[in-house]
Design a protein around this ligand. Structure first.
Ligand SMILES: Nc1ncnc2c1ncn2[C@@H]1O[C@H](COP(=O)(O)OP(=O)(O)O)[C@@H](O)[C@H]1O
Ligand SMILES: [Mg+2]
Length: 234
């Protein structure tokens, strides 16, 4: 391997997802070819309906493509049986969503611990790790609270801690600032950029906003489900 050669962590070939609705078909994404090296910070842009969420759902193993090839961190997600996909979702990728997706009846600390408990970890080991993450994210004094008692920015930082609890190599964030004011949006992007820079994760952020542009090492623009070379206009 040449010294300059970077390790590819995500590879897609002709990746296509078509949604069938009764008799009609809707293109989610179409013929996407991608190679993303480890430790990139990718900003995924495109108008609403351009296919960003569809692509992230496929990369995270939440959804399966209609056709094409898809390899993520050495896993062939086309061939993977369901139980391998479940493990992959828990251990290889961490997801952050626009609406946080926290469980309302659990405390902040319990929300963060949950994916590690589901993965079969020991509570005595998981809890100190969750506390460390929450302290790093400035939530040390909110751990016993329930999500409804937090601000949007605090909820999203809780979701980031939850995404990190199983040490995923890849963080996928779908419009993570979509429900935040600009100050909190900026903070969340800075945290994701810090994860990329100091914790050496591959980070992909789908976003309308230009808050992440300054940190991007790669930009992907989608239009009507396809990658476009023209400048992103969103
Ligand atoms: N579950 C679904 N069923 C049918 N069509 C869908 C579904 N999810 C997304 N689509 C369609 O796929 C296209 C891409 O959507 P999406 O990936 O959500 O775009 P974005 O995240 O960029 O807004 C849109 O035309 C959307 O209506
Ligand atoms: Mg979307």
């Amino acid at each position: 391997m040449r010294v300059s050669e970077k390790k590819t962590v995500i590879e897609t070939k002709a990746l296509t997802r078509i949604y069938s609705l009764g008799d009609s078909e809707v293109i989610g994404i179409s013929s996407i070819n991608l190679e993303i090296a480890a430790r990139e910070l990718v900003v995924l842009k495109g108008n609403s309906g351009s296919g960003k969420s569809t692509l992230l759902s496929l990369l995270s193993g939440l959804d399966r493509p209609t056709s094409g090839e898809l390899k993520v961190a050495g896993h062939d997600l086309i061939k993977a049986p369901e139980e391998q996909l479940t493990r992959f979702r828990r251990e290889v990728v961490g997801m952050v969503f626009q609406n946080f997706n926290l469980l309302p009846t659990l405390s902040v600390l319990e929300n963060v611990c949950l994916p590690a408990l589901l993965a079969g970890g020991w509570p005595e080991k998981i809890e100190p790790k969750a506390i460390d993450l929450l302290q790093w994210l400035g939530l040390g004094d909110r751990m016993a609270h329930q999500p409804a008692q937090l601000s949007g920015g605090e909820m999203q930082r809780t979701a980031i801690a939850r995404a990190l609890i199983n040490d995923p190599a890849i963080i996928l964030a779908d419009e993570p600032t979509g429900n935040l004011d600009s100050r909190n949006g900026q903070l969340v992007i800075q945290l994701l950029a810090e994860l990329h820079r100091t914790r050496e994760r591959t980070v992909i952020i789908a976003t309308h906003s230009n808050l992440a542009d300054a940190f991007a090492t790669m930009e992907i623009c989608l239009k009507d489900g396809m990658i476009t070379d023209t400048t992103c206009e969103v």
